[in-house]
Ligand binder design. Structure first.
Ligand code: PMP
Length: 312
């Protein structure tokens, strides 16, 4: 997906031109991967653009910053206001919002503490990440292991973690799969390169707990909430690889992937190889809320005031 540039980018509290959001090659982040970021979706229901779970994304950004001892001088609410600002100013919705906190141009060497913290919020058009028109995807188990505990913190959404994700993704694509599912250091199911994984077995919805090196996905949490609300039993438990193959349904969740059914894993068909009823029910509920055809009963949407109707 090529990037379609917008007019303005939010930088440390000010709106700057897209083309001015540049970095020096000797910035700490370029050399040592010292960034944390978020991926947030802004939907465009008929009532006007609405950002999905903006405070939760801003909080996860601040949590990632805390883990890496990055002092962010903006509060959760100020960050949410920045998300709203870029969408409003650029008049692009639906869109993807990319907040980034990085260590900029300061000192050489690994010690990050003397390089300045820069905060950016960018937005741009973005469509579906995986699958085509709601179809399921064919995936593999990756030969790459997800981050081992006490190495790179999986609960932080740091740029550097995505070097591991890139290995998983490249291997999957080059072998003809849409995505890879990584196992954790003990061989239990962890997550996709950019998605959490759920399975359904005997009517029970299961996903790996945070101790299995997964990002605390905001879509993951939303799906758990929706499922419980629909009376579906949900358990967070360690999942052996083989349980995926014999599941009744398997799907990914993520801001980009939303809820994407998985039809085959390692060329093994999951049940009859189509989208299962619980996946369908959760998707319908999820899209109902974000597309404005069902009430926002959990208060998940932050409206964006726009000057005029927009589209992409
Ligand atoms: N795991 C990884 C590694 C991810 O990159 C993402 C996408 N942010 C997720 C899980 C899903 O998280 P969320 O639902 O918050 O987008």
């Amino acid at each position: 997906m090529a990037i379609n540039k917008t007019e303005k980018i939010w930088h440390n509290g000010k709106l700057i031109n897209w083309d001015d959001a540049t970095l020096h090659v000797m910035s700490h982040v370029v050399n040592y991967g010292s960034s944390i970021f978020e991926g947030v979706r802004c939907y465009a229901p008929p009532k006007g653009p609405a950002i999905f779970r903006a405070p939760e994304h801003a909080q996860r950004l601040l949590d990632s910053a805390k883990i890496y001892r990055m002092d962010v001088e903006f509060s959760r609410d100020e960050l949410v206001a920045a998300f709203v600002d870029v969408v409003r100013v650029n008049q692009v919705a639906p869109c993807y919002i990319r907040p980034i906190v990085l260590r900029g141009y300061g000192q050489v060497g690994v010690n990050p503490l003397n390089s300045p913290i820069e905060v950016y919020v960018v937005n741009y058009e973005w469509g579906k990440y995986l699958g085509h028109g709601g179809d399921g995807v064919d995936v593999c188990i990756s030969s790459w292991t997800r981050l081992a505990p006490n190495t790179m913190p999986a609960m932080a959404k740091s740029g550097a973690n995505y070097m591991n994700s890139q290995l998983i993704k490249m291997e999957a694509i080059l072998n003809g799969f849409a995505e890879g599912i990584a196992l954790d250091a003990n061989g239990y199911v962890s997550e996709g390169s950019g998605e959490n994984v759920f399975l359904v077995r005997k009517g029970c919805l299961m996903t790996a707990p945070l101790g299995n090196s997964v990002l605390p996905g905001i879509t993951r949490e939303s799906v758990i909430q929706l499922a419980r609300d629909m009376g579906i039993q949900v358990v967070e438990q360690m999942i052996p690889r083989e349980m995926l193959y014999i599941a009744d349904e398997v799907f990914f969740t993520g801001t980009a992937a939303e809820i994407t059914p998985i039809w085959t894993i390692d060329k093994i068909r999951i049940a009859d190889g189509t989208t299962g009823p619980i996946t369908k029910a959760l998707r319908d509920e999820f899209y109902g809320i974000v597309n404005g055809t069902a009430p926002d009963r959990f208060g998940w949407l932050t409206p964006v005031p726009m000057r005029q109707p927009v589209g992409v």
